[in-house]
Design a binder for this molecule. Structure first.
Ligand code: THU
Length: 148
């Protein structure tokens, strides 16, 4: 069982450390690993806008750096808060296309579909998805003959 509220709370806490002076749209992501460990990330924007990193990508890179890429089972994403955590938007934040592909790498290496929880800044609108629904017919490690 996934403690959804706890995972979303971890993502919300991570968003406080977002570096988002350009969009002012803070996003936090929290990954649940097989052993219950939670790994978080927040968006890191750049003065050269196109170099900005999304919260989910930062979280996946952090998990990978810890040798845990294949252990991810779920991700919670929440966004649209200001620095104090106040809501500036209410719609659930769904992973962008690039983040879906980044998450798919983890899914492929772990040979499991991922649960994706998407929350609005006020926390009341939570969507539950499977990554395979958000990114159908994905290109992944197995397409290159990689057998994790
Ligand atoms: N953002 C994320 O961190 N994750 C997403 O899935 C969507 C967008 C960030 C990127 C940028 O820093 C800000 O939200 C506005 O697009």
């Amino acid at each position: 069982m996934i403690d959804e509220a706890a995972l979303i709370a971890a993502a919300r806490a991570a968003a406080v450390n977002a570096h988002a002076p350009y969009s002012r749209f803070r996003v936090g992501a929290a990954l649940l690993l097989t052993d219950g460990t939670v790994v978080t990330g927040a968006n890191v924007e750049n003065a050269s806008y196109g170099l900005s990193l999304c919260a989910e990508t930062v979280a996946v890179a952090t998990a990978s750096a810890a040798g845990r890429l294949r252990d991810i089972v779920a991700v919670a994403v929440i966004g649209g808060m200001d620095r104090d955590g106040r809501a500036t938007g209410t719609d659930p934040v769904r992973p962008c296309g690039r983040c879906r592909q980044v998450l798919n790498e983890a899914a492929g290496m772990g040979r499991r579909d991922l649960t994706v929880l998407c929350a609005g800044a006020e926390g009341d609108a939570v969507e539950r998805h499977r990554l395979s629904d958000l990114l159908p017919h994905a290109f992944g490690p197995s397409d290159l003959g990689i057998d994790p």
